[in-house]
Design a protein around this ligand. Structure first.
Ligand code: NAD
Length: 349
């Protein structure tokens, strides 16, 4: 294995990890350890080039600094990527080598699941590094983060509805959920239990059909779900869904979902604000998963109290952001960035 340091002034550290025997090529980016060890998942993806992989890992690790600071966690921001098709290239030998590279950082970076990685892969990484979370076994194992992410989004949805309508009640509300994957499905279930009416879209018709038979959800085409006649639009699938093209069609008063990087460009935040749509900033409200994972990294004995405290802090931060937005007319995403940068970002670009 060869670990080489790459020059990267915007981040604390960028490492390239390569191994001829297993075909491994990957990167580890540490954006900031100002708040604590850098934490963020490992993504296994067939990038077109190393340049694309570097751009992604730098962007994602910076995003983790913001997410962890927004969640008031004593963690910095980091991320790792491996180039390749997880279905073909993800071998235990390759993961063990990458785990050894993580171990060589002596805890400056903690990894967990991201795209292309499953809990079983965390167990393989754990054979060569202690700095892996999101595991299924062990004293502080936190398991699947998706239900916790959904719970945080639900909580945020109530806060945003309170601002938009004067009541945080979900009973009788119409909610359009884009994407019925790990988070979207859990969220839809919670919304149904709270008495909301569901409209759903997914690329996989089996999922929408199941939602229809289980909850009486209305099925909407994937390219129309953002425009559904709903009170709330919950993007839980892909990034970039809020764009100059989609925003004019949005009917909902509130946007609150789990997807990362929902704004196609930073500028569209102003377009949402001028239309009077309340956008709950993605990285502020989708932190439930990392809050759960933090109990494993930080070895929190009373995880229930920790989760309750951090979820309360998230709801309070969102309330502050929305209050400031209603007073100033500023886009909510800009306010979130300002507050988080004030908190602790000595290396923020
Ligand atoms: P997932 O892969 O389990 O689910 C995504 C779902 O979206 C799939 O069912 C897929 O078929 C569907 N989908 C894809 N493109 C679509 C489209 N154009 N229209 C409608 N449906 C589409 O992913 P997940 O873990 O549920 O995560 C969902 C989003 O939330 C992602 O953006 C992810 O980065 C983000 N997120 C997840 C977590 C977590 O705890 N899993 C935490 C933070 C953020």
């Amino acid at each position: 294995m060869i670990v080489s340091v790459r020059d990267c002034p915007s981040h604390e550290q960028l490492l390239r990890v390569a191994d001829d025997a297993t075909g491994l090529i990957g990167f580890i980016a540490i954006h900031s350890t100002a708040r604590g060890p850098a934490a963020g998942g490992l993504r296994f993806k067939p990038y077109p080039s190393e340049k694309d992989a570097i751009a992604d890992v730098l962007n994602l690790s910076r995003g983790m600094t913001y997410k962890n600071a927004a969640a008031d966690l004593p963690l910095g921001g980091g991320k790792a990527v491996i180039l390749g098709d997880p279905a073909q290239d993800k071998t235990p030998e390759l993961l063990r080598v990458f785990g050894a590279a993580i171990e060589s950082l002596h805890g400056r970076y903690w990894t967990a699941e991201d795209m292309g990685m499953a809990p079983a892969d965390m167990e393989v990484l754990a054979e060569t590094t202690a700095y892996v979370a999101g595991r299924m076994t062990g004293a502080f194992a936190s398991g699947d983060p998706s239900p916790a992410t959904a719970e945080g989004v639900l909580r945020a949805m109530r806060v945003a509805l309170g601002h938009a309508t004067g009541t945080d009640a979900l009973a009788g509300r119409k909610v359009a959920v884009q994407g019925l994957g790990n988070v979207g499905w859990a969220l839809a279930e919670m919304l149904h239990r709270a008495g909301a009416h569901l409209m759903v879209a997914d690329m996989d018709p089996a999922r929408t059909e199941k939602a229809k038979s289980r909850w009486g959800a209305g099925i909407v085409a994937t390219d129309k779900i953002h425009a559904a006649p709903a009170d709330v639009f919950a993007p839980c699938a892909i990034g970039g869904i809020l764009s100059a093209q989609t925003i004019p069609d949005i009917h909902a008063k509130v946007i609150a979902g789990s997807a990362n990087n929902q704004l196609a460009t930073p500028a569209v935040g102003a377009q949402l604000a001028s239309r009077g749509v309340i956008y709950a900033p993605d990285y502020v409200i989708n932190s439930g998963g990392v809050i759960l994972v933090s109990t494993e990294i930080l070895q929190i004995a009373d995880s229930a109290s920790w989760l309750a405290e951090k979820f309360d802090a998230m709801a309070l931060l969102l309330d502050q952001i929305l209050t400031r937005a209603s007073k100033t007319g500023q886009p909510t995403a800009d306010i979130a960035d300002q507050i988080v940068e004030e908190r602790a970002l000595p290396t923020a670009a």
